[in-house]
Design a protein around this ligand. Structure first.
Ligand code: AMP
Length: 593
């Protein structure tokens, strides 16, 4: 979402002062001191590791707690759609994940091979994630609202060897593309009953597997997680994360989310997106906290009930949800006893200053915005419990992280240190959860780095107090309800429709979702615009892409603006949509210019 109004805006208004009593007891009572003394080596020492310098995320998240008072604490409280709960202690999760790892071993799945999941938020997803890591294989979660095309692309790129899913999701989304996935050997169904050919019943396999499986001792640089993200062009990119990432998951959970062993932590993100894995699985478990997982989708009444009944102490959610809660009204929150809430954080899209101020009034404490992305694997910039909050700002870099604002020139990129200057947000590489590659895409990976900086693709500024402010994306990628959507993936799906000649896809501002996906379509000769055709295109896109990615709006145009080299000018579509200056049109092709 573009935030042009930050330029010249008085960014010091409405500062929300820290609560000194709470700040003094926070995991990081003094940001400046921690930033000055922090080392990744010391952060590593907070975890136990395995003999010989080896480690395993599953060991840090689960097994090491067996020797501590956390062993019989609830690790995962799962709330089913119908409200029933299922609790898993750390001890129980150790055993369940051992069984899952044993299943992989029995199937001959090797270290480093990829195990995918396509599941809603059900316990089996969490068991599969940690069991896969325990076995030394690589876990790749997919969002269950994806349609067959994004699913096929992701499994193809990552060479999926195993898929864990359900009967319904398999039938609808995987069966139609299975013959295009020759590397996919085993499909494990959480509700399998032998009725679908080419699949196995996970429960039966688990029942036959032993309840013990010591976590594979992995090298810190061994691949552990594969998370797909989208770029402006081309296919989705598989960001590779390694076992050592757990050091950053843990320490960011401690410093940025103020997590402690006695916390009840609710991260509302789905593990199909990176937040739902780094903070919806790994970080809270490494701390020894209790995490809440709700199977159901957002519902204001239900969310407030969960916060109250589960006595949630730390809550990590996203701006779209916060805006929906604002719409539902403060009364709903005030009717509940939310006195257990100690810390509230938000991520994924720009968090409007009004939402921060609103939360401070309604909950008696503000949402603390933080910034990171799939590639960084963990929180990079944050508002901390011990820091004053400037509503609208993403906060300051995590101790151990060096951030900067850079500008591109012929000689590469150069840091701009002047307060208030807008440029690309960049980070000095070297933290443990940084991606190590885009799988099979060296050139795309290399393009992310210049002159010793990792370039984030976001525009931002830093104010005179060192707080970072999001300004907009430097590329055409769309953020809708917190989900990153590549316009190219949407365009490609629409191009498959027989009536479509060309497509341009952009994000347009939306009060609740931040942005929504809008497609501009030019038709082939012989096809005429009509409401029926528009609905047919919308249906086609939803079937192929799934509701989270498909466009919400489609409009027809006789032709689309293209550069002389033939690329659709999404920027121009957007400028025209929003009535903004059209900028430099010198590369615009033919008649349109
Ligand atoms: P993803 O890789 O899907 O997690 O998306 C990362 C992108 O989301 C970032 O590059 C930003 O464009 C956006 N984003 C994440 N957190 C924030 C935030 N706190 N404020 C503004 N944009 C954010």
């Amino acid at each position: 979402m573009e935030r042009p109004r930050f330029q010249g805006e008085d960014m010091t208004r409405e500062i929300i002062r820290k609560d000194p009593a709470y700040a003094a007891t926070a995991n990081m009572p003094d940001y400046a001191r921690e930033a000055a003394t922090f080392t990744w080596q010391a952060a590593r020492a907070r975890l136990s590791g395995l003999p010989g310098g080896r480690l395993n995320i599953a060991h840090e998240a689960l097994d090491r707690h067996l020797a501590t008072p956390a062993a019989d604490r609830i690790a995962l409280r799962w709330i089913a759609r119908d409200g029933t709960r299922r609790d898993f202690t750390y001890r129980a999760l150790v055993a369940e994940t051992a069984r899952f790892a044993g299943v992989l071993r029995a199937l001959g799945v090797a270290r480093g091979e990829r195990v995918y999941s396509l599941l809603g938020r059900v316990p089996e997803l969490y068991v599969a994630a940690l069991g896969t890591l325990k076995a030394g294989s690589v876990f790749c979660p997919m969002f269950s609202a994806f349609g067959p095309e994004p699913i096929q692309a992701r499994m193809e790129i990552g060479g999926a060897r195993v898929l864990v899913t359900s009967q319904a999701l398999y039938r609808k989304k995987v069966a139609p593309v299975r013959d295009r996935l020759p590397e996919l050997k085993d499909v494990l169904l959480i509700d399998g009953d032998g009725s679908i050919e080419g699949t196995r019943d996970l429960a039966a396999l688990m029942a036959a597997a032993p309840a013990e499986f010591p976590a594979e001792p992995m090298a810190p640089e061994d691949m552990a997680l594969l998370h797909f993200t989208s770029g402006t062009t081309g296919r989705p990119k598989g960001a590779v994360h390694v076992h050592e990432a757990v050091v950053a998951h843990h320490v960011t959970g401690v410093l940025a989310l103020d997590l402690r062993p006695d916390d009840v932590f609710w991260c509302t993100a789905d593990p199909g997106w990176v937040t739902g894995t780094s903070y919806g699985i790994v970080a809270p478990l490494t701390v020894g906290a209790t995490m809440i997982v709700d199977q159901a989708e957002y519902d204001a009444e239900r969310w407030y009930r969960i916060l109250e009944e589960e006595k949630v102490t730390v809550w990590y959610t996203a701006p779209t949800a916060i805006r929906m809660l604002m719409k539902a009204g403060a009364e709903m929150a005030k009717a509940r006893d939310l006195s257990h809430l100690r810390f509230m954080a938000s991520v994924g899209e720009p968090l409007n200053p009004e939402a921060v101020v609103w939360s401070d009034v309604v909950f008696g404490r503000p949402f603390h915005d933080n910034w990171w992305q799939t590639e960084t694997g963990g929180i990079m910039i944050a508002n901390y419990a011990s820091m004053d909050v400037k509503p609208g700002s993403m906060g300051k870099p995590l101790p151990g992280i060096v951030a900067g604002i850079v500008e591109a020139s012929a000689a590469g990129v150069r840091e701009v240190t002047r307060a208030g200057a807008i440029g690309e947000l960049a980070l000095r590489p070297g933290w443990p959860s940084m991606m190590r590659a885009y799988l099979h895409e060296e050139a795309r990976y290399d393009k992310c780095f210049s002159c010793g900086w990792y370039l984030t693709g976001d525009l931002a500024l830093r104010d005179e107090d060192g707080y970072y402010w999001f300004v907009g994306r430097a590329d055409d990628v769309i953020k809708s309800s917190g989900h990153l959507i590549g316009p190219f993936e949407v365009e490609s799906a629409l191009m498959e429709h027989p009536a479509v000649a060309e497509v341009g896809v952009i994000g347009i501002p939306d009060e609740t979702a931040g942005e929504i996906v809008k497609a501009y379509v030019a038709l082939k000769p012989g096809h005429r615009e009509s409401e029926d055709l528009r609905l047919d295109l919308l249906g086609h896109a939803r079937r192929r892409l799934g509701p989270a990615v498909a466009p919400k709006e489609i409009v027809f145009r006789p032709a689309l603006p293209r550069t002389r080299s033939g690329k659709i000018m999404r920027r121009l579509l957007k400028a025209r949509e929003l009535g903004l200056p059209e900028g430099d049109l010198s590369t615009l092709e033919g008649d349109e210019a």
